[in-house]
Design a protein around this ligand. Structure first.
Ligand code: DX5
Ligand code: ZN
Length: 217
């Protein structure tokens, strides 16, 4: 099995030293930077928005994996694309016109992802799966870092992997929430692992990143 890409979540970074944090993540070998955007409506928390994303873009060439936890993502997608996102992931539950929004993201020259909450079944994606570049399977209820991995998500990731095969989709499977070296082994089908608390607050970030990389033997 291929080693997963590791996308540290900047939500758990020290925002007062963001530039240094980004350099450190580049140094330890992060593949992508996961940027969690929260509006206080779709999720019960507010994180950061466009100006901070623009600043992050100036500090790094790493791909920016932008996870929009916002209501009506279609109203903001163009500005997030301009701010420097490489991949724009919106929530299935936050909008109605999924196909239109995916087309719009592609028209803007970006990769398109759909995220699903823990209680949303992967089967809702059956028809759209060939059109998306990534599916983000939430393994915690979105809104906060440092929560525990929800165990039934393991079965969802397996089913999504089967579904992807069945419909001939090349979408990457990303798992987001509560990922540690111990929980990463539960989702061997994941192509991308988001790691917030477990990596960012580790004494030795590089060691945790290596363990995550090696979690899918
Ligand atoms: C949760 C965010 C996650 C979060 C992951 O709403 O989407 O990306 O930062 O953090 P951990 O790994 O701490 O669960
Ligand atoms: Zn996220």
């Amino acid at each position: 099995m291929k080693a997963p890409l590791i996308a540290p979540s900047l939500l758990s970074a020290d925002f007062g030293r963001l530039a240094e944090e980004i350099k450190d993540l580049e140094f330890i070998g992060a593949d992508w930077l996961h940027c969690d955007i929260m509006d206080g409506i779709f999720v019960p928390n507010i994180s950061f928005g466009l100006p901070v994303l623009e600043a992050i873009r100036r500090y790094t060439k790493l791909p920016l994996d932008v996870h929009l936890m916002i209501q009506r993502p279609e109203d903001y997608i163009e500005r997030f694309a301009q701010a420097g996102a490489d991949l724009l992931t919106f929530h299935w539950e936050a909008t109605f016109h999924h196909d239109r929004l995916i087309q719009e993201i592609h028209r803007l020259g970006k990769k398109a992802g759909i995220a699903i909450n823990p209680a949303t079944p992967v089967e809702v994606l059956i028809d759209i799966l060939p059109e998306v570049d990534l599916v983000c399977v939430m393994s915690v209820n979105p809104g906060f870092g440092g929560q525990r991995f929800i165990s039934y998500v393991k079965q969802k990731v397996q089913r999504l992997s089967d579904l992807r095969y069945k419909v001939g989709s090349r979408a990457l499977i990303e798992v987001d929430g509560g990922i540690t070296p111990e929980t990463a082994v539960l989702v061997p089908q994941a192509d991308v692992l988001v790691a917030g608390h477990s990596l960012m607050h580790a004494q030795d970030r590089k060691a945790v990143l290596r363990q995550l990389k090696q979690s899918h033997p």
